[in-house]
Ligand binder design. Structure first.
Ligand SMILES: Nc1nc2c(ncn2[C@@H]2O[C@H](COP(=O)(O)OP(=O)(O)OP(=O)(O)O)[C@@H](O)[C@H]2O)c(=O)[nH]1
Ligand SMILES: [Mg+2]
Length: 322
């Protein structure tokens, strides 16, 4: 499961957004939440599945328990992606606050890169890392996030020990007043979504009918938290594939470019080890066929071997022996 950290300026509404995302169940500052996916719901319906299991992400209110800025930065480095909250409610200038906060993120990366570069210059074994490190440091000094560049895999390997914050996928939540929903911040480093964290947090504590009524008062159809979660999930370098049947329909995540045995490993290491082949059909083709069994009877299932690279929305059944 991937972990997403909520971060942003002090008092921007991070903990409020966390409550909105985590709903009524948060214990502490970490919550596992389901990623909404209409395709999965459809598969479950077509196969009358007894269980529907969505992909999940773990959301963390990063600064809630960190005692110092350094502790918060260290915690940020462990996140797979960041949800950045900009405060635009109550007459605040969210854009200005965001600009300042971006400086903090750049600074958090500069220190470790400087230290590493100094070491690499002295150590013959690390000399080859110097060009990538100094290019990265130049970018940071120019106020540019490392995520803005296409890096080579050996450069990324050099950076990986430093876990740079500005290399992480980020989604920006513009935290606005209830009557300013839709107002976005334009910033080259982020995709932004407009949210009233306070309204969403209130809604998260209500039953579906009351939630609909409260949101309706502000002209909103449904909570945007689902959209926020979907967006952050998409920013991660993952694809989703499905398994389906009368027992269970389930969404699985695997890194982009994964082969069939690697995808099998997302389910269980035994299935990866004993992998024989995968029966695969695209989501659209399966919906057209109406049911896995019908697709099978009509020879619509492809048989793929161990070199097959999984695609977004594949529905599969693995053949394996243990
Ligand atoms: N009106 C309004 N107030 C909000 C909104 N979001 C947060 N607030 C208020 O702003 C204050 C700070 O919100 P928090 O969620 O605690 O902010 P935070 O980013 O977690 O704060 P720190 O952890 O101290 O940095 C609280 O009083 C919230 O009720 C919003 O969308 N609208
Ligand atoms: Mg907080």
């Amino acid at each position: 499961m991937k972990t997403v950290g909520i971060t942003g300026p002090t008092g921007s509404g991070k903990s409020t957004l966390f409550r909105a995302i985590a709903g009524e169940k948060p214990v502490g500052d970490v919550a596992a939440v389901s990623v909404p996916d209409e395709r999965l719901d459809k598969l479950s319906e077509l196969h009358s599945s007894r269980k529907t299991v969505h992909a999940q992400v773990q959301v963390v209110d990063v600064t809630a328990t960190a005692r110092t800025a350094a502790a918060a930065a260290a915690r940020l480095r462990n996140m797979d992606a960041l949800l950045v909250v900009a405060p635009s409610f109550g007459g605040q200038d969210g854009e200005a606050a965001l600009r300042e906060f971006k400086q903090d993120l750049l600074l958090a990366d500069m220190g470790p890169f400087e230290t590493r570069l100094t070491k690499a210059r002295k150590d013959p074994a690390s000399k080859k890392e110097v060009p990538a490190l100094s290019k990265a440091l130049d970018l940071l000094n120019d106020g540019t996030f490392l995520s803005s560049q296409p890096w080579e895999s050996d450069e990324l390997f050099t950076f990986s020990a430093l876990a740079p914050v500005t290399l992480k996928p980020m989604v920006l939540v513009n935290n606005v007043d209830e009557d300013a929903l839709g107002e976005k911040i334009s910033d080259p480093d982020f995709e932004s979504i407009s949210v009233s964290a306070l309204l969403e947090a209130e809604v998260a504590g209500l039953g579906p009918d009351d939630a609909k009524e409260l949101l309706g008062a502000y002209g909103v159809d449904e909570p945007v938290m689902g959209v926020v979660i979907q967006q952050i999930y998409r920013s991660l370098d993952l694809i989703t594939f499905f398994t389906t049947g009368d027992d269970e329909s389930r969404a699985w995540e695997v890194k982009r470019g994964a082969t069939a045995p690697e995808a099998a490993g997302a389910i269980h290491s035994d299935i990866q080890r004993g992998f024989i082949r995968a029966e695969v059909i695209s989501y659209d083709a399966l919906v057209e066929a109406g049911h896995w069994d019908k697709a099978k009877a009509a020879s619509k299932l492809r048989v793929e071997g161990k070199d097959y690279v999984f695609r977004e929305g594949d529905v599969t059944n693995f053949r394996f022996n243990v």
